[in-house]
Structures are given as structure tokens and as C-alpha cells.
Design a binder for this molecule. Structure first.
Ligand code: GNR
Ligand code: NI
Length: 172
């Protein structure tokens, strides 16, 4: 198993649309295990392929306190969204040290393939629903800051662009 590098803002890769996973084989299962290790190490409660540079429709998550409930969703679909909404503070490993409240459906039902290619359905609530929707967004190039006002979003993007420039300078 290996810890992978996590891509952060303002890397344009994060805005890429991910493509369906076509083959679920040992190589993919190895990637899933590496993504889980990377997520636990961060630490985070979710990680999408695109965050480690893999533009395929899969993500891992674990919202259990004991870190003993790893879930991997391949080619996920959100098949139901509750009318009731829920506000949750969100963060993203690709936008380090920035947090904001986001309103999303409180309960979602996800349909996906598991690591063995078996079709699964799962209802998620509260943090689980928030996390699954946040990860699903990553597969479409969306980030939680897209739900904020343009002013706040632009401020965050600007801050990370400036930071990246500074880092570049320090290397040269
Ligand atoms: O670690 C993470 N925590 C989190 C908190 C609230 C809502 C969503 C998340 S997901 C995030 C990890 C991440 O960036 N996944 O894409
Ligand atoms: Ni994220």
C-alpha cells in the first residue's frame, strides 16, 4: 500500500470531468486501497480519484469514528435526494485549512459498484450524505466552494493561487 500525493487548488485537474470506470480488476483494487490509506493518513473522511490525479468515477469514504467502515463507490449515481436539507461544515483535502457551511439534501440513496463489481445501493444520512455528495461533486469537477457566494469563492481561489506562486518562487 502507498500514500499518494493529494492535488490542491488551484490545480485545474480538479475541474476535470471524470470518466466511468471500465474494468474492476486487481489494479483498480490496489488503487482503492492506496486511496483509503491516503485518506486515513491525511486524515480525511472521503477522497475522490481526481484528488490523486485519477480521472475515473470512483471515491472512497469512511465516516465512522473508529475508521473501520471503509466504503468505495465506483460509477456512483445519486438515485434519490430528500427534500429536507441539512447544513454541514465542509472541508476538502484539496483546499487545505478552509471550512465553510454548505446546505445539501439531508438523505441520499446512492447506487454504485463495489470493489468486486457488484451493484450496491445505500442510503446515507447526515455526515454520510454530506460526504457522499461532496465526493460525487468531485467526479464532475465541482468543489464545495462552488456553493458559496462568488465573493467568498474568488477570495479562496485567489489565496491559493497566491500561495502556489510563492511556493514556485521558493523553489527557483
Ligand atoms: O475530510 C473531509 N472532510 C469533510 C468534511 C465535511 C464534508 C466533506 C468532507 S470530505 C473531506 C475530504 C475530501 O476532500 N474529500 O473530497
Ligand atoms: Ni474534497
Amino acid at each position: 500500500m502507498a500514500v499518494m500525493d493529494i492535488i490542491t487548488l488551484p490545480d485545474p485537474i480538479l475541474r476535470k470531468q471524470s470518466l466511468p470506470v471500465e474494468r474492476i480488476d486487481d489494479d483498480l483494487r490496489r488503487l482503492i486501497d492506496d486511496m483509503l490509506e491516503t485518506m486515513y493518513k491525511a486524515p480525511g473522511i472521503g477522497l475522490a480519484g481526481i484528488q490523486v490525479g485519477v480521472d475515473r468515477r470512483l471515491f472512497v469514504m469512511d465516516v465512522s469514528r473508529e475508521e473501520n467502515n471503509p466504503i468505495c463507490m465506483i460509477n456512483p449515481e445519486i438515485i434519490t435526494r430528500s427534500e429536507e436539507l441539512n447544513v454541514h461544515e465542509e472541508g476538502c483535502l484539496s483546499i487545505p485549512d478552509y471550512y465553510a457551511e454548505v446546505e445539501r439534501p439531508k438523505i441520499v440513496t446512492m447506487k454504485f459498484l463495489d470493489r468486486f463489481g457488484k451493484e450496491q445501493q445505500m442510503e446515507l444520512d447526515e455526515v454520510g450524505a454530506t460526504c457522499a455528495q461532496h465526493e460525487f461533486d468531485h467526479l464532475n469537477g465541482a468543489l464545495f466552494i462552488d456553493y458559496l457566494s462568488k465573493l467568498r469563492r474568488d477570495r479562496v481561489i485567489k489565496k491559493f493561487a497566491k500561495l502556489a506562486k510563492q511556493k514556485e518562487k521558493n523553489i527557483l
